[in-house]
Design a protein around this ligand. Structure first.
Ligand SMILES: Nc1nc2c(c(=O)[nH]1)N[C@H]1C(S)=C(S)[C@@H](COP(=O)(O)OP(=O)(O)OC[C@H]3O[C@@H](n4cnc5c(=O)[nH]c(N)nc54)[C@H](O)[C@@H]3O)O[C@H]1N2
Ligand SMILES: Nc1nc2c(c(=O)[nH]1)N[C@H]1C(S)=C(S)[C@@H](COP(=O)(O)OP(=O)(O)OC[C@H]3O[C@@H](n4cnc5c(=O)[nH]c(N)nc54)[C@H](O)[C@@H]3O)O[C@H]1N2
Ligand code: SF4
Ligand SMILES: [Mo]
Length: 881
């Protein structure tokens, strides 16, 4: 058994992993890890289903041909060197990721900023944390997250702002729910235009107009001032800039009615929120992408922090602004300085003494002396040909960057694109000239830092596969071949970690919050056995529980700063042509671009295809029906997904998940639609606000196709999405034109001639229905169901069992042709509880038959909801309905 951490979200849950002699992987929550105390969410618990070698990149490639490491590393180093010699260091760039381990990240940053000599290294954290970083720096003089998870349990008021915690940080959410059960006085306010699963335990949900957070918090600041509930002493001793901030607040948010009008909220709800904040002291404001991913993201962050500073709610138990990180190592990336406007170890490119210090420490020939390009600008520079060599590591920008078609075009134009990934055919890897196979979770060693600044060891428990190597090794080898062998002597990840820890303490004297110099002398065994530790951790610095508990901040003079913030004005507003706002984000069981969770049948069952959440009254305006295909179009691009009516959706806006891409859907890549507008301070893109229009997609038939072998569907269906089941792939398909004859079409799709399988078929052309099944040695190989539209397709959940390794019974053959199960008792319906594969029908039936009114009874009878708890909100909704 190996102690490691989950590779998904920034909660950073500890995991116990083991592999049996037969190769079965067992994953459990680590009861001793202080982030999760044994809990895991559905994603963490299903990690065993994501580590197969299907589509793994196992060998280096140059222009599509397998190569050996020597050749490929020479090529990488040579290409970089040549471009630097001919066109200067600005002609190359790295685009890296919060999913690299700290050791990988440190080496990449060092090579670019200290040896290549530019800061053209940016990271996908630009799309994720950049506004929080910029807001922290403006307020505190450093990028400090002052809270711990325990603060959530000690708080009496938790604001959840622009965060769907129940789905995106489920274990944190479970901790909050437990805290509320134990302390009924705890109030929870959710601030999000949509009503999400996170609202389930909220005392108050404020579905504010998208983008108007600054006005809401300016209103709160103003209210605190008017009600005279400021912490005058804290204000005077530890802050500056209050007057300008309150003037700005007064101007943009003079009264509760004004705030209610601008934010489109009921006046009593705004008043209630302000009352809760003034009357309850112990407040944590938890926030994430609804705040950060905005063209006023940095201002939103400071508007929130302003209210904490004004009331002295920082640096104390149960209080503070808490930016929760998305990726497993978003925090580690900030420590090593992975953003293009940082240096390393929380030092700044702009300060000559910082540059000098880092340069001396690295013994570097050069040091970047001005900020490099931020993600959106970086890909623009690639597009214009100014960046000739681009090295992408552990991120999939053709899917995740705004204006993603432009990013793809940039890669197509770029002279040399190098991609380090563990998956062979991501939308990004398909445009690489050089592919570098990286080891991934379970196969490599290193450290990550979670949202509460806790460093944990990721440990290897699986064998190394193919020729894959850890990222730090790949970068180190390239650096050596570029002539920097002396500065890149690393043989193991702990060599890197010690240097990183030493730099954090180098000439620090308490001036920099990030200090882990106590770990600089760890030996190999010490590193192997490192238990999860929170920083700062240094021999010379002791903090008692909370950063800022002494009221000292990192600006010159030691005071925190208020920031006068202005309301949001979208760069692109809605108009008659693009009347709706596109909001994007995540679903419960999928992770980013599906390279991991798309492999797992258990996780794919919850949301198996991309969808457009739309308010039914809006849908009426655009002639849309529920569950039909629709096209969403912006000035930048378009995508297609299935409508899902929901009164929880903010009127005038759509919500579409970010996960689908060209590998999983014909046109589900939503970032092709998203505008590339950025926050002027942080450079973080506006991923939650793009003006769009929506229209129905005309189809003459729809269907689904289940197949053991993953066929190429492209020639057969105009529209498709695919998802993984146990032993099969499921394709949802639709077409503009009916094929001339279904028989030939189906036989060609199912490769019937080639395979010479047994063939079952049912066809009724008058009502546009067609069904076929292909059977080999008595075992179902594939089956196909076609109907004139989606609503007339049979349920498909019962088909799952037929793909088990077994001979089809006679009755099952008949059922295939009839398009329905022999008995509905056998049809469990869409999966609600992923952990125990319990379907909606089963749950509903149990609720009705056993007259159940609480989730505990469901758990007792069906196990549903008893493991990770991620489905509890849905179970409660089923009971309620
Ligand atoms: N299941 C799952 N969990 C994940 C991830 C994943 O891919 N899947 N990814 C991880 C990563 S990297 C990240 S960054 C986090 C993200 O975690 P979250 O930030 O919780 O996730 P999102 O769904 O992107 O967006 C959060 C909410 O912001 C709301 N929002 C939109 N506009 C506004 C606005 O103007 N104001 C306010 N107040 N809210 C608004 C959206 O409606 C949405 O519900 O999740 C992490 N955890
Ligand atoms: N519209 C919209 N767009 C968004 C967002 C949104 O809310 N809305 N959110 C944004 C945010 S917050 C984020 S964080 C990004 C995430 O977006 P991405 O970073 O593009 O998404 P991932 O799928 O996590 O990509 C990680 C890649 O790294 C590979 N990989 C995994 N492990 C390793 C490893 O150890 N080494 C290497 N070299 N590769 C590895 C995976 O196979 C995968 O291809 O998306 C952003 N884009
Ligand atoms: S909450 Fe879930 S995804 Fe996040 S670290 Fe924990 S187990 Fe992993
Ligand atoms: Mo993120």
């Amino acid at each position: 058994m190996v102690r490691t951490v989950c590779p998904y979200c920034g909660v950073g849950c500890g995991i116990l992993a083991s592999v049996s002699r037969t190769g079965n992987i067992a994953i459990k929550g680590d009861p001793d890890h202080p982030a999760n105390f044994g809990r895991l969410c559905s994603k963490g618990a299903a990690l065993d289903e994501t580590v197969d070698l299907n589509d793994r990149l196992l060998y280096p490639e140059i222009n599509g041909k397998q190569a050996d490491w020597d050749a490929v590393l020479d090529k990488v180093a040579g290409t970089l060197k040549k471009s630097i010699q001919n066109y200067g260091p600005q002609s190359v760039a790295f685009y890296v990721s919060g999913q690299l381990l700290t050791e990988d990240y440190y080496v990449a940053n060092k090579l670019m900023k200290g040896f290549i000599g530019t800061a053209n290294i940016d990271t996908n954290s630009r799309l994720c944390m950049a506004s929080a970083v910029a807001g922290h720096k403006r307020a505190f003089g450093a990028d400090t997250v002052p809270c711990n998870y325990e603060d959530l349990e000690q708080a009496d008021l938790i604001l959840i702002i622009g965060s769907n915690t129940a789905w995106c940080h489920p274990v944190i959410y479970q901790r909050i729910v437990k805290a509320k059960a134990e302390n009924p006085a705890l109030k929870i306010v959710v601030i999000d235009p949509r009503r999400t699963a996170t609202c389930e335990h909220a005392d108050l949900h404020l579905p504010l107009k998208p983008g108007t957070d600054v006005v809401l918090f300016n209103g709160l600041l103003n209210h605190l001032h008017q009600e005279d509930t400021l912490d005058r002493k804290f204000l005077a001793q530890h802050t500056e800039g209050f007057t300008a901030a309150i003037n700005a607040a007064n101007k943009s948010a003079p009264s509760i009615p004004h705030v209610a009008r601008v934010c489109n909220l009921p006046e009593p709800d705004v008043a209630e929120f302000f009352h809760l904040f003034t009357s309850i002291k112990k407040t944590v404001s938890l926030f994430s992408q609804g705040v950060n991913q905005s063209s006023s993201g940095t201002d939103k962050v400071n508007a929130i922090i302003n209210c904490h500073l004004a009331t002295g709610r920082i640096g104390k138990r149960g209080m503070g602004p808490f930016s929760i990180t998305g990726q497993p190592n978003a925090m580690g990336g900030r420590e090593v300085g992975g953003l293009s406007n940082q240096l390393a170890a929380h030092m700044e490119i702009e300060y000559p003494e910082h540059r000098d210090r880092v340069q001396r420490f690295w013994n570097a020939p050069v040091i970047a002396d001005k900020p490099g390009l931020k993600a959106v600008d970086l890909f623009e520079a690639v597009y214009r040909g100014e960046i000739r060599v681009l090295w992408i590591m552990a991120t999939n920008p053709v899917v995740s960057m705004p204006d993603a078609d432009r990013v793809r075009a940039a890669l197509q134009k770029c002279e040399t694109v190098i991609v380090s990934d563990c998956i062979r055919s991501t939308d990004t890897a398909l445009h690489a000239d050089v592919l570098l196979p990286a080891l991934t979770w379970g196969e490599k060693d290193g450290t990550v830092t979670n949202s509460e600044r806790r460093i944990s060891r990721q440990r290897k428990f699986l064998p190394v596969v193919g020729d894959a190597r850890p990222d730090w090794w790949i970068i180190t080898q390239a650096a050596r071949r570029m002539g920097f062998a002396e500065a890149f002597p690393y043989e193991t990840p702990d060599d890197v970690f010690r240097e990183h820890a030493a730099l954090s303490g180098f000439e620090n004297n308490g001036e920099r919050d990030f200090d882990i110099s106590a770990l600089a002398d760890l030996d190999n065994a010490g590193y192997d056995n490192l238990i999860p530790v929170q920083w700062p951790i240094s021999p010379s610095r002791k903090i008692n529980g909370h950063l800022f508990s002494d009221g000292r901040f990192f600006h010159t003079g030691g005071k925190a700063r208020f920031v006068a913030v202005e309301p949001f004005h979208p760069a692109h507003a809605t108009d008659a042509q693009y009347p709706l706002i596109l909001n994007t984000g995540r679903v419960r069981d999928h992770w980013h671009t599906l390279t991991r969770t798309g492999k797992s049948p258990r996780l794919s069952a919850h949301t198996s295809e991309p969808y457009i959440e739309i308010h039914p009254e809006d849908a009426q305006l655009f002639d849309l029906d529920d569950g039909t295909l629709a096209r969403v179009q912006s000035r930048w691009g378009s995508a297609i997904a299935r409508t899902r009516f929901s009164k929880h959706q903010y009127r005038g806006s759509l919500f579409i998940p970010m996960h689908w891409n060209d590998q999983f859907a014909s046109s589900g890549r939503i970032d092709a639609v998203v505008n590339p507008v950025v926050d002027p301070i942080s450079g973080q893109p506006e991923l939650k606000y793009t003006p769009v229009r929506i229209s129905p997609v005309e189809t003459t038939w729809e269907g689904f196709f289940l197949t053991r072998d993953d066929n190429d569907i492209r020639p057969f269906a105009h529209c498709w999405t695919r998802s993984r089941g146990y032993g099969y792939w499921c394709y949802e398909i639709a077409g503009e034109k009916r094929p001339e004859d279904w028989f030939h079409w189906a036989r060609s799709l199912m490769q019937a001639e080639k395979l010479q399988n047994e063939w079952l078929e049912y066809s009724d052309a008058t009502i546009g229905r067609y069904r076929a099944a292909s059977i080999r040695n008595g075992r179902l190989e594939s089956c196909l169901f076609i109907a004139p539209d989606y609503s007339r397709l049979p349920d498909r959940n019962w088909l799952r069992d037929l793909f088990k390794d077994k001979t089809l019974e006679k009755i099952e053959r008949a059922c295939l042709l009839a398009g329905q199960p022999f008995s509905n008792r056998k049809n469990c319906g869409p999966i609600v509880c992923s952990c125990f594969t319990v379907g909606r029908n089963t749950i509903l039936k149990t609720i009705i038959e056993q007259n159940i009114n609480n989730v505990e009874d469901i758990g007792r009878l069906l196990q549903a909801g008893t493991n990770c708890g991620s489905c509890l909100p849905e179970l409660r909704e089923l009971i309620q309905n």
